[in-house]
Design a binder for this molecule. Structure first.
Ligand code: SF4
Ligand SMILES: [Zn+2]
Length: 433
């Protein structure tokens, strides 16, 4: 059975690496697969976009996605990544940077500030310092302090090796004003870790979590999902739910097809497969596929991320029981209200109106759950009881969906300004770009 997925038999476009030009693409469903049919003059090509059409379509429906190419002028990226170095203290077989030059690059404080300022003009509120390994940048603390002067929230994405060895680094980051640490955490299995990261770094990563918590830093975990660890997602979530203080997020991201990307490392792993595994494994007792939500559209804050980008589920832990965010808020109504608001881009009423819409869509009959939610909210930095489980994947190298790229949620801050994260990876850009 073949069905067209795009509305009104619409088409999207992609860049073709063999012809070096753009072609039209239709998105079709064959059985439970979503397939991009690329209309190339050298012969049509079919690329599997998702192996789970049911979840793929559900996420699009949830935000009533309209098929348009060009983002609104003020499209805001909600993740703004800044590569401050390509140097690293690790040599992962799946590294997306795969630095092979003799000389490493370390961004100057001035350059970091200038790129962050440009992003701020596009209303960016955060900067994520990434690498390579940002914690080995000799001027990391100076960069953080300088970016804090711009009143931006600073995230540091790290493999955790330095933080595991040195608690003082955690205290220094806290003092410099870091908002959140994103810690690479792919597996609890030492053999898997060796395959993915070239070394068994489990003890150091666990120590890094201890040190981060000791320094009272907010943190989240990032798991790159590849064929090596796809069957460990449930164990990772169960383990995280048993931590005394929950990570603020546990993001499961399909391996990017870039850098030292081994050909067989990503077979058939998609965002939808991750969601299906989380639900079918019952690692989050009571959770349903419907508890996952894409990023809502909200014009007043410039939020227009594409629904294929990332899907999240917010879980609240209370007395060993789990509450899901849509137990207390009617998210379907909230998303609709956010989408239909008449407020202008970046209106000064954006946040108050959002709070009003939240309250309007609160499920008051579940008042005990609401009460518990606010109780868990009270002590951030001490014992956290809320965690966002995220599932995401980049666009495929062979199908760089223009509709999706034009609404990318993540950006890389380059010399020429903010560019889509997916495009940056696909076009083989490098840190010096
Ligand atoms: S993936 Fe990250 S930690 Fe691993 S070598 Fe590359 S930059 Fe370093
Ligand atoms: Zn072509």
């Amino acid at each position: 059975m073949i069905k067209n997925i795009l509305k009104k038999n619409g088409k999207t476009k992609t860049f073709c690496h063999s012809c070096q030009e753009n072609h039209y693409v239709s998105l079709i469903q064959k059985e439970n697969n979503v397939i991009a049919k690329i209309l190339c003059p050298d012969g049509d090509k079919e690329i599997i976009v998702s192996n789970d059409a049911e979840i793929f379509k559900l996420m699009r429906q949830k935000v009533e996605y309209e098929e348009i190419f060009t983002p609104p002028e003020n499209h805001k990226f909600f993740l703004n990544q800044l590569y401050i170095t390509d140097a690293c203290n690790c040599s992962c077989p799946i590294c997306y940077v795969a630095q092979d030059k003799k000389e490493s690059f370390f961004m100057s404080v001035e350059e970091a500030v200038s790129r962050a300022k440009a992003a701020k003009q596009r209303k960016a509120k955060n900067v994520m310092l990434i690498g390579g390994e940002p914690t080995i940048h000799p001027k990391l603390i100076e960069i953080i302090k300088a970016l804090r002067q711009l009143k931006m929230k600073i995230f540091v994405f790290t493999n955790g090796l330095e933080l595991g060895k040195n608690i003082n680094l955690a205290y220094q980051l806290k003092k410099a004003g870091v908002y959140t640490i994103g810690l690479q955490f792919d597996s609890l299995d030492r053999t898997t870790l060796k395959k993915m990261r070239g070394t068994d770094s489990l003890d150091l990563k666990l120590k890094a979590i201890k040190n981060i918590q000791e320094a009272n830093l907010r943190f989240g975990l990032i798991c790159t999902v590849a064929s090596y660890n796809e069957n460990e997602i449930d164990d990772l979530i169960k383990w995280a739910l048993n931590l005394h203080s929950l990570p603020n997020f546990f993001a499961f991201q399909v391996l990017a097809e870039t850098g030292r990307f081994p050909d067989n490392a990503k077979e058939e792993i998609t965002r939808e497969k991750i969601i299906r595994k989380v639900i079918s494994s019952k690692c989050l007792p009571g959770a349903k596929i419907d508890n996952f939500w894409p990023i809502p559209f909200y014009q007043p804050l410039g939020l227009f991320a594409h629904p294929d980008c990332v899907a999240n589920l917010l879980v609240i832990r209370k007395n060993n029981k789990l509450i899901f965010f849509d137990d207390i808020i009617n998210l379907s109504g909230l998303f609709k209200d956010m989408r239909n608001t008449k407020l202008k881009y970046f209106s000064k009423f954006a946040v108050p109106v959002m709070i009003y819409l939240f309250l309007k869509n609160t499920k008051l009959k579940n008042w005990t759950k609401i009460f518990n939610y606010f109780l868990t909210f009270q002590n951030p930095g001490k014992k956290n009881n809320q965690m966002v489980v995220g599932a995401g994947g980049y666009v495929s190298k062979d199908f760089e969906d223009y509709q999706r790229i034009s609404r990318c949620g993540g950006a890389i801050l380059t010399k020429k300004g903010s560019i889509s994260l997916c495009r940056y990876f696909n076009r083989g850009c490098r840190i010096s770009c």
